[in-house]
Design a protein around this ligand. Structure first.
Ligand code: NAP
Length: 488
């Protein structure tokens, strides 16, 4: 597509069928389902609704392609990824528009996600060339030890709707690099970005059967036959903790290698010595990226009592100035939430906090027209028992609570079953290290409001998941270690 993309052009170009064994095909029963624009509530297009038979066919294709793909030279796998990295950059405008149409986020955010998504292909095109093993003599000199790393085998990926492209590339990138084949099932609310991504990879030379994509309205019906099949070797899931727990239980039957990127409840700590303007800049990024619909979203702000009022006033001024609207329109900062259920959940959390004594400094209102809009909101005086501090909000709401001592701040931050990310703002190096060491999270933004980076290990502890995506660690999730002993 060389001309300026339009809604019509991107919707007509995106594939609407399943990708199985290199063929775009209708669902076996011929059924389709509609993909909705959350800014209008209108249907954008109809796509194939896979059946369990289609799921089995997709796994058959991945299994058939596995030996040839594992034997493909690393240079070739690396070059496909590098071409795909470049292609995502060249096609950023059309893919961003498609993403905004199905997911709602403002176009600038969709472009940002695509740049981030592409970075996983760049990173893993390098990693494909660095797969190694080692050779040594055993301690007693009696034998030699040869250690090799081999692809895990066919993988199944389930991705969420909030980052429809990047949550795919950070699984697909390392799988391609390591020599694994795969079946991908995107979220039913945002399948178009994944279908478009699969087409890009196909055009960049990915052989048939290496990547298979199934879209479906019944995620459990298509997932169960794949997860229960002894030929599958790995399951990687990004989504809610609730669904992740069910999938871990299903994966236990085949003792699958699993990676789980689950929910979060990120604390954002502002100490009395922090640069408050930098903290507000960081808070805007940590809270408002993706309208707050991110697992890394700052979910609760714990601010030292001596600076809480000033921080709240500055944050509320910035939040209140954001333009809410359809993501495709110029000037929009904040799009709609994904659906009515999510918007109503956000409204309930705010109402609960207010009923328990919190004050609305800005926002606190639902949109009253079409689409699932909720105003950027700042709450102060939020008591510890308010639901908004204890549940993942997934919306544009910043609840602020105060603390008096470092110990109190650390205890409040860790008072959750989640452990994905935390943000810490302080200018005191000693305090920074002490707090970072004490926080029970897989990642920390220290004086910055964003941690996502293809070259760093992304992942959580506690009920936020297991495994890491990106960084030096990311490729290991797709490799098995085999050791050969032979006499010296
Ligand atoms: P979700 O409801 O768990 O859905 C995620 C994916 O799982 C979708 O593709 C969904 O398909 C599928 N799914 C749901 N039930 C399933 C089942 N029984 N068997 C197989 N697949 C099933 O989560 P979500 O609401 O889309 O995403 C938001 C959650 O993802 C939040 O909790 C967020 O924190 C988390 N998240 C985590 C990270 C991270 O890296 N830690 C990143 C982004 C998001 P359908 O679309 O058909 O329901």
């Amino acid at each position: 597509m060389t001309s300026v993309p339009t809604e019509q052009s991107v919707l007509s170009a995106v594939p609407k069928q399943l990708l199985i064994a290199g063929e775009w095909r209708d669902a076996s029963g011929g059924a389709t389902f509609g993909v909705e624009d959350p800014a209008t509530g209108l249907t954008l297009c109809e796509i194939a609704d896979a059946t369990p038979d289609d799921a089995r066919a997709a796994l058959d294709a991945a299994v058939a392609a596995q030996p040839g793909w594992a034997a493909t030279p690393p240079n070739e796998r690396s070059e496909i990824l590098h071409r795909a990295f470049l292609a995502l950059g060249e096609r950023s405008e059309e893919l961003a528009l498609l993403m905004t149409l199905e997911m709602g986020k403002a176009l600038a955010e969709s472009r940002g996600e695509l740049a981030y998504a592409a970075e996983f292909f760049r990173w893993f095109s390098g990693e494909a060339l660095r797969l190694d093993g080692y050779y040594k003599t055993s301690g007693n000199g009696a034998s030699r030890v040869l250690v090799m790393r081999q692809p895990v085998g066919p993988c199944y990926f389930i991705t969420p709707w909030n980052f429809p492209n990047a949550m795919g590339t950070r699984k697909i990138g390392p799988a391609i690099a390591a020599g694994c084949t795969m079946v991908v099932k995107p979220a039913q609310q945002t399948p178009l970005s994944m279908l478009a991504l699969a087409k890009v990879l196909e055009e960049c030379g990915l052989p048939p059967g290496v990547l298979n994509v199934i879209t479906a309205t019944s995620s459990s019906a298509v997932s169960e036959p794949i997860i229960g099949d002894p030929r599958l070797r790995k399951l990687s899931f990004t989504g809610s903790t609730e669904v992740g727990k069910k999938l871990i239980a299903q994966a236990a039957d085949q003792v699958l290698k699993v990676s789980m990127e689950l929910g979060g409840n990120a604390p954002f700590l502002v100490f009395a010595d922090a640069d408050l303007d930098a903290a507000v800049d960081g808070a805007m990024l940590a809270k408002m990226r993706n309208m707050g619909e991110a697992c890394t979203s700052a979910n609760r702000f714990h601010v030292h009592e001596s600076v809480a009022e000033e921080f709240a006033a500055k944050l509320a001024a910035r939040m209140g100035a954001l333009a809410v609207g359809r993501g495709t329109e110029a000037g929009t900062d904040v799009g709609p939430l994904i659906d009515a259920v999510q918007r109503d959940k956000v409204a309930e959390l705010v109402d609960d906090a207010v009923a328990r004594g919190a004050t609305v400094v800005t926002g606190g209102t639902k949109g009253d027209g079409a689409g699932y809009f909720y105003a950027p909101t700042v709450l102060t005086g939020v008591p510890a028992e308010a639901q908004v501090l204890n549940e993942e909000i997934f919306g544009p709401v910043a609840p602020i609570a105060t603390f008096a001592t470092d110990e109190e701040a650390i205890a409040a931050a860790n008072r959750t079953e989640y452990g994905l990310v935390a943000y810490v703002f302080t200018r005191d190096l000693g305090r920074a290290f002490k707090v970072c060491e004490a926080l029970e999270t897989g990642m920390i933004g220290l004086n910055q409001g964003i941690v996502s980076n293809a070259g760093a290990p992304f992942g959580g502890v506690k009920q936020s998941g297991t495994g890491r995506e990106g960084g030096n660690e990311g490729i290991a999730e797709y490799l098995e270690t085999k050791y050969v002993a032979f006499p010296a």
